[in-house]
Write a protein that binds this ligand. Structure first.
Ligand code: HEC
Ligand code: HEC
Ligand code: HEC
Ligand code: HEC
Ligand code: HEC
Ligand code: HEC
Ligand code: HEC
Length: 470
């Protein structure tokens, strides 16, 4: 009896009924079948596969053991293999994979590309010279692909588009739940923008974009592209994502949507039985999406030639106060300049922030960005001053400590560098970079430090290779 009660209780989570199921069964089951409803899932075994990653001279293999999916890298005499916890991405175009090492999540360096059932390097790992399971995932992927926290990620939930349902569940009515399609255009669009707009970077709540089309398509850029279309610009907020996409079926006939605004075409328009989208929204490979093709949402009549005018950064929808925008543009210019190797952008960002410094001299992010620019310009003592202030304002931020350590080390104060790095690995023991910096600072204790890291991540290829090399 007691035993069967226990079995029943153990089975309960599986029987848990979705809170919206009883009244909206169609929406619940339809959303669960969409790619968005499957943007994260516990990893399932797939057909075995492998590839050779030439830039790092490694061999990657994906296989099934004891009913679980495993990933393995072999390089030289070493190998590392982990069972995979999570699949990120429904697999409609591709799937990425996460492994848990100790208490931290890391991205597998390989992805499965659906178009040709191909295992290959995950985006960003294509030219990596030291393939390993070392790219830390704190919340990045999970913010958009799931709900819940990193310890227990759950699929994207209804409230991510409909808001908090508490009042609605207590006394269901149309009046106490948000329906995106009934919101004013800016609020409506912001529902999808939370995850479908990445821009060049995000600074706090502000998204930074270029003011003219980039010639290359990127995976998550549908929002920026649609905003550039004449259809969106000249229809005063009528056209939105939901004009062509149903979040929970039935699928929308896109040609009918086009026709609702373009009921008559000019006599010169080509006659064709193809869908409107096949000519005006072609599929093209994405520059950051590995081996996938994506749909061009600029809805052009013909491809536009590349503009030669330099693009300017701006804040999406001009959100925020003029002061917040200037701060964000300053930080973004430096970040994007460093990312793209563009010194004029870095200089531009530096000037913007320096002009505001009187109001920002207690702002750790700004101090650290300015400090790192000075460090690059070899003004190390000034850089140290700014980073020291930043660390004193935010002592528990391991990445600020790492930056300050780099500066202290280059100024010859190794013991200060070591102090900050010891703090950094205490605050975040799973950052391989901090451990390697720490080992660099103390050549005679290199083995001991790498061994401390290997106790946390025993299979780290990078750390074991470092131990093998003299
Ligand atoms: C006990 C029944 C019940 C439950 C449970 C319930 N709803 Fe509803 N829901 C309703 C009713 C009744 C309406 C109003 C229908 C109408 O007026 O056409 C509604 C309407 C809606 C609408 C449409 C609003 C609009 O403006 O068109 C949305 C969206 C919605 N519910 C979402 C949810 C979500 C999400 C959940 C789960 C968190 C949920 N509901 C749970 C009964 C329920
Ligand atoms: C919580 C984040 C999030 C929000 C909010 C969100 N999306 Fe998505 N969406 C995703 C992710 C992640 C994917 C990729 C799914 C996968 O893994 O294939 C996706 C995929 C899609 C796709 C392509 C796959 C398909 O189902 O055809 C469309 C279209 C889409 N979303 C439309 C929308 C629209 C319209 C809105 C606003 C009403 C919206 N999304 C809001 C995260 C989100
Ligand atoms: C800002 C939100 C956001 C973040 C952060 C994000 N994604 Fe996505 N991701 C999306 C959206 C939206 C799509 C759907 C885009 C599309 O289909 O064109 C997507 C699509 C994908 C796909 C293709 C899914 C398919 O359709 O088959 C994969 C794989 C993927 N993401 C993996 C990742 C991984 C791994 C991370 C973390 C390193 C990550 N994503 C971070 C929003 C995000
Ligand atoms: C990615 C965003 C998104 C998610 C997630 C989402 N919905 Fe919706 N939902 C919408 C949009 C957009 C509409 C408005 C559709 C329209 O009328 O164009 C809508 C409409 C509805 C409606 C009104 C009836 C209808 O179908 O038009 C209900 C009920 C509803 N959603 C329930 C749910 C439930 C329950 C869930 C979770 C299982 C959910 N939704 C998840 C975006 C979403
Ligand atoms: C909400 C109304 C609306 C919808 C829906 C819509 N458009 Fe448009 N579109 C416009 C307006 C307004 C213009 C600008 C005036 C014009 O050229 O007719 C435009 C312009 C265009 C242009 C000319 C662009 C250029 O480069 O000058 C093309 C091509 C086009 N639309 C194709 C489409 C296609 C294909 C679809 C469906 C996938 C579509 N439109 C859906 C309103 C819409
Ligand atoms: C005028 C129609 C139209 C509008 C508006 C529209 N889309 Fe699409 N979208 C399409 C078509 C057509 C496809 C390709 C066929 C498909 O996958 O349904 C597509 C595909 C997608 C995909 C799948 C990946 C890809 O690139 O093929 C995503 C994600 C997506 N759209 C997101 C959005 C978001 C977010 C918005 C709002 C900013 C939006 N779409 C607005 C027509 C539209
Ligand atoms: C076979 C490819 C093809 C198909 C299919 C197609 N178009 Fe076009 N469309 C073009 C080309 C090419 C142009 C540019 C003509 C020019 O610049 O002289 C164009 C121009 C346009 C324009 C701007 C000029 C004008 O004629 O008003 C609109 C709007 C438009 N198309 C809408 C549509 C709609 C709506 C559909 C679906 C019913 C559609 N197109 C289907 C190739 C196509």
């Amino acid at each position: 009896m007691i035993r069967s009660v226990c079995l029943f209780l153990a089975a309960l989570p599986l029987l848990a009924v979705h809170p919206c199921q009883s009244c909206h069964p169609a929406q619940v089951s339809a959303f669960a079948r969409t790619p968005m409803g499957n943007a994260i899932a516990p990893a399932q075994p797939t057909a075995p596969g492998s590839f050779v990653h030439s830039p790092s001279q490694s061999r990657f293999e994906s296989f099934t053991r004891d009913g679980r999916l495993w990933h393995r890298i072999e390089r030289g005499s070493l190998s590392a293999e982990y069972p995979i916890d999570w699949q990120i991405g429904s697999g409609a175009h591709a799937a990425g994979y996460l492994v848990r090492i100790g208490e931290a999540l890391f991205q597998s360096p390989a992805a499965l590309y659906r178009d040709n059932h191909l295992w290959a390097a995950a985006p960003g790992y294509e030219r990596h010279s030291r393939l390993d399971f070392d790219r830390r995932v704190t919340t990045q992927c999970l913010d958009c692909h799931s709900s819940g926290d990193a310890a227990n990620p759950q699929p994207i939930s209804c409230d991510q588009c409909h808001g908090n349902p508490a009042a609605h569940l207590a006394r269901p009515s149309r009046a106490n739940i948000s329906n995106p399609s009934r919101l004013a255009p800016a609020a409506r669009d912001s529902v999808c923008e939370r995850c479908h707009l990445t821009g060049e970077t995000r600074i706090g709540p502000l998204t930074i974009v270029y003011d003219r089309p980039r010639q290359d398509l990127r995976v998550v850029s549908h929002v920026e592209q649609l905003a550039l279309s004449e259809c969106a610009r000249q229809s005063s907020g009528k056209l939105w994502c939901g004009s062509c996409h149903a979040s929970h079926g039935p699928a929308i006939n896109v040609t009918a949507t086009c026709r609702s605004c373009h009921s008559s075409l000019s006599p010169a328009h080509p006659v064709s039985s193809q869908t409107c989208a096949s000519c005006h929204m072609p599929r093209r490979p994405a520059s950051d999406g590995g081996h996938s093709a994506f749909t061009d949402h600029r809805i052009q009549s013909r491809p536009t030639p590349a503009s030669s005018a330099p693009a300017q950064l701006r804040v999406w929808r001009d959100a925020g106060s003029p002061f917040d925008r200037e701060r964000a543009l300053g930080l973004a210019s430096i970040e994007i300049g460093e990312r793209d190797g563009a010194p004029e952008l870095i200089q531009n960002g530096y000037r913007r922030l320096a002009a505001l410094i009187a109001r920002l001299d207690r702002d750790p992010e700004v101090l650290s960005a300015l400090g790192m620019v000075l460090f690059l310009k070899d003004q190390k003592a000034d850089a140290r001053k700014l980073l020291r202030t930043a660390v004193s304002l935010r002592p528990n931020d391991p990445s600020l400590r790492e930056k300050l350590a780099l500066i202290e080390k280059s100024l010859g104060d190794t013991s200060a560098a070591v102090t900050h790095l010891e703090q950094a690995v205490r605050l975040d023991p799973f950052s391989p970079r901090a451990w390697f910096l720490l080992a660099d600072c103390q050549p005679n204790q290199r083995r001991a430090i790498l061994s401390r890291f290997l106790r946390l991540a025993p299979q780290s290829l990078l750390a074991r290779e470092a131990l093998l090399s003299p």
